[in-house]
Design a binder for this molecule. Structure first.
Ligand SMILES: [Zn+2]
Length: 168
């Protein structure tokens, strides 16, 4: 499944569609059902994320009961305070390179602990914990190495979530 952002002239906000293939007018009519039948012109964005897409992503994450359960605990907060965000994110960059970026990461699906490092918690909260979640939520396909840009995207998402936690 990939994440497709579809912008129709009829609607101000883009619509997120999870589909294996690039949506067509015919498939959009099915997705939108009868009331949206007037959709004629639309634009499908690829599944590479940009800044706007990160806004969309966080809106979707906000609607997920499972993702919303994750919070920084006292231990992770203390660690973050002691080390500072910059050091924490440098650990994050290492985790991404070692545990997420390879085409076939070791123990994929179970490679990210649930606690003990702010980045681990952030990864579960933002669906950047494994290649399955990256594919489903971020539209980054499994079975190939992450590009530098995709690694950057993952780190940006993680950092934003951690910053959000410290503002609470
Ligand atoms: Zn996962």
């Amino acid at each position: 499944m990939r994440v497709w952002l579809v912008r129709c002239e009829e609607f101000a906000r883009p619509v997120i569609i999870l589909a294996r293939r690039r949506p067509t007018l015919a498939s959009l009519k099915v997705v939108f059902a009868v009331s949206y039948d007037q959709v004629r012109r639309f634009h499908v964005f690829g599944h590479a994320m940009n800044v706007d897409d990160i806004e969309e992503l966080f809106e979707r994450l906000d609607r997920s009961k499972f993702r919303q359960r994750f919070r920084l605990g006292k231990r992770e907060r203390d660690y973050l305070t002691a080390k500072g965000l910059e050091v924490i994110m440098s650990h994050g960059a290492d985790f991404v390179v070692q545990r997420l970026a390879p085409a076939f990461p070791e123990n994929d699906g179970k490679q990210t602990p649930m606690r003990n490092h702010p980045v681990f918690v952030a990864q579960h909260a933002t669906a950047t914990c494994c290649r399955g979640c990256l594919e489903k939520w971020h539209g980054i396909p499994k079975g190939r190495a992450l590009s530098p840009k995709e690694q950057e995207h993952v780190l940006r998402v993680i950092e934003r979530w951690i910053r959000g936690q410290t503002e609470r």
